[in-house]
Design a binder for this molecule. Structure first.
Ligand SMILES: Cc1cc2nc3c(=O)[nH]c(=O)nc-3n(C[C@H](O)[C@H](O)[C@H](O)COP(=O)(O)OP(=O)(O)OC[C@H]3O[C@@H](n4cnc5c(N)ncnc54)[C@H](O)[C@@H]3O)c2cc1C
Length: 419
């Protein structure tokens, strides 16, 4: 009898790879017929990269991602607020990667097929119902496009890693409704352009209601790079936002004007925006923290459990940590309700705090404080914010998200594997 998983996203695939590593039988059911490299760039933090390295994926990650060197915060006038090294460059034993989300999903998918064989994933099978039985769980499978019923499948426990619109979460919390929009729209794109800030750098400029985030996800021999960028704008309360869809095209006229004067000496923002191959629009949505993820033999993982604003680069990272902890508990406590309850106890409170911190702009809060104190910019950042305050702001989120450098380097592996 096996662990049944809904969703072959970053969370579900990492869980599959981890269960395979630990010798726990599992099967994944994925709604789409074919995994395609959708989405744009994401950052995956050292605490999660450590887990992927412990799954033997270091070489594969280097082929598709860039090891992020530094991160900088800037005012809307382009003035430098704070700059810090990232990943190994900051002293972590593991890197941070800036990576195309779809390429990363493909990497995990290919690794799983190579290691565990094609039978562990059933494509084109959406999980549309889950019930506990005397012996375990039973799932109902459906072909999404036609609505055709594909039958039922039995297992020991069920993990819903089916993303922000999880049907299992909806069944467990029928009152909850759709994901919540906090008033900010994001336009995202990729542009081939000049390397900036010395290369492999992540930059955030502006403030919550008008912010530009960018980082390279690929480098070319001629010194240019593929810049992944996100332009955030707060929209009026009456703005009619359309439900989230990662592939919806955006229109320049909806946001370009807000960034018109942002030609900094380190990057020309309007030029980056207008030179993009394509632009996608997405509302910044999340879901309220839940009082419980695990219900008997059924649990939630990744975005299904804790969809958060994409601030602080922790969405995919926390899904990976969920997967590792859950796999360990399923090995150590057996494939039953006890393991799911332990996973919930270990992970939920911490991740719920990250969801709430991201509502308050997470580590980017520093931008809002500086913009409030110096709306027209500054000559010297220390006239606006003393060094100790800058350092405290940068350190607090890292502790909360489990990525404090010393603590992460010092702790043992999340999943001890006996050789
Ligand atoms: C197409 C797509 C594009 C994305 N693009 C970005 C991006 O550009 N930037 C960013 O920061 N984040 C993006 N994300 C979100 C990001 O991947 C997640 O926040 C993070 O990786 C956590 O992943 P997850 O595995 O929990 O969920 P997801 O990555 O959302 O994966 C969930 C998986 O479950 C499948 N699924 C859904 N319902 C069912 C069902 N009922 N039964 C079976 N399978 C089901 C989905 O097809 C998907 O493969 C994207 C997600 C998707 C699905």
């Amino acid at each position: 009898m096996t662990v049944l998983i809904a969703g072959a996203g970053i969370g579900g695939l990492t869980l599959g790879l981890s269960l395979h590593q630990l010798g726990v039988p599992f099967r994944i059911f994925e709604a789409v017929r074919e995994i395609r490299p959708l989405g744009v760039g994401i950052n995956v933090q050292p605490h999660a990269i450590r887990e992927l390295f412990e799954l033997g994926l270091e070489g594969a990650l280097d082929k598709v991602g860039l090891r992020t060197r530094q991160l900088g915060y800037f005012s809307a006038q382009g003035g430098e607020i704070w700059r810090e090294a990232r990943g190994e460059f900051a002293g972590y034993h593991w890197p941070q990667y800036s990576i195309h989300r779809g390429e990363m999903q493909m990497l995990l998918y290919r690794a799983l097929l190579e290691r565990a064989g094609p039978d562990v994933i059933e494509m084109g099978a959406a999980v549309t119902g889950a019930v506990e039985t005397a012996a375990g769980v039973e799932l109902a499978l459906t072909e999404r496009r036609t609505g055709a019923k594909l039958g039922r499948v039995a297992g020991r426990v069920f993990v819903a890693a089916d993303g922000i619109n999880s049907v299992t979460r909806q069944a467990l919390y029928p009152e909850e409704g759709a994901a919540q929009w906090g008033g900010v729209m994001m336009w995202r794109g990729v542009t081939r352009g000049p390397s900036f800030l010395g290369g492999r750098s992540m930059a955030m400029a502006g403030r919550k209601d008008c912010k530009f985030v960018c980082y390279p996800i690929e480098e070319y021999e001629d010194g240019t790079c593929l810049i992944n960028w996100i332009a955030d704008r707060a929209m009026p309360a009456e703005y009619v936002w359309r439900a989230q869809d990662w592939t919806r095209e955006g229109r320049l006229e909806d946001f370009l004007g807000a960034f018109a004067g942002w030609a900094f000496d380190w990057l020309n923002v309007p030029e980056v925006i207008t030179s993009a191959e394509s632009v996608w629009e997405y509302p910044m949505v999340d879901r309220n923290p839940l009082p419980r993820w695990s219900h008997g033999r059924i649990t939630l993982l990744g975005d299904a459990a804790h969809a958060m604003y994409p601030i602080g680069s922790n969405g995919a990272s926390q899904a990976i940590l969920d997967a590792r902890v859950l796999a360990r508990e399923l090995r150590d406590l057996g494939q039953g309700a006890e393991a799911l309850a332990a996973y919930d106890d270990i992970r939920r409170e911490t991740v719920n705090k990250i969801v709430l911190a991201n509502r308050g702009d997470g580590p980017d809060k520093i931008l809002d404080i500086v913009a409030e104190r110096a709306p027209e910019g500054f000559e010297n950042i220390h006239d606006v914010m003393p060094q100790e305050e800058l350092e405290a702001a940068a350190g607090a989120y890292k502790k909360l998200a489990g990525m404090d450098i010393e603590a992460l380097n010092a702790r043992g592996p999340l999943v001890p594997v006996s050789i």
